[in-house]
Design a protein around this ligand. Structure first.
Ligand SMILES: Nc1nc2c(c(=O)[nH]1)N=C([C@H](O)[C@H](O)COP(=O)(O)OP(=O)(O)OP(=O)(O)O)CN2
Ligand code: ZN
Length: 118
């Protein structure tokens, strides 16, 4: 079974030499795996997921990403891995993290899925 939770955040970044300081709306999907709960069928209880994601959201939202520990080069890919690693330090079993930026239809993004690569 797989359960997922999406969240959005607003942040500034720069990615030298490709872009100077500017901002984005980011959309994140966190996919969690696990044996289905025998009663509820879920891979993860979304109440617990939301609590853990709230910590990550607070760390990222309305910030300058380059100043966050571990995000000095905040490409989409490094950001997805950073979110995966932060959430993997909790009780959650994260399968993959997708990060998108830009308006629907023109969005660009990436998926960090280390289990698939292993
Ligand atoms: N695989 C990736 N390639 C690139 C990334 C990335 O995160 N992953 N990032 C960049 C630079 O940030 C590039 O300058 C993109 O700038 P950005 O403003 O973030 O995006 P756009 O150029 O598309 O501008 P919009 O504001 O979204 O129109 C390069 N490559
Ligand atoms: Zn950007």
């Amino acid at each position: 079974m797989e359960t997922y939770k999406e969240f959005t955040f607003e942040a500034a970044h720069k990615l030298e030499p490709y872009s100077g300081l500017h901002g984005h709306s980011f959309k994140v999907s966190v996919h969690l795996v696990g044996e289905p709960d025998p009663v509820y069928g879920w891979a993860a209880n979304l109440y617990e997921v939301e609590q853990q994601i709230a910590v990550v959201h607070k760390t990222l939202d309305h910030t300058y990403l380059n100043e966050i520990d571990g995000l000095s080069v905040p490409s989409l890919e490094n950001l997805a891995k950073w979110i995966f690693d932060k959430l993997s330090e909790t009780t959650l079993t994260v399968d993959r993290v997708e990060v998108k930026r830009g308006p629907d239809g023109q969005a660009e993004g990436c998926v960090y899925s280390p289990r698939a690569a292993a």
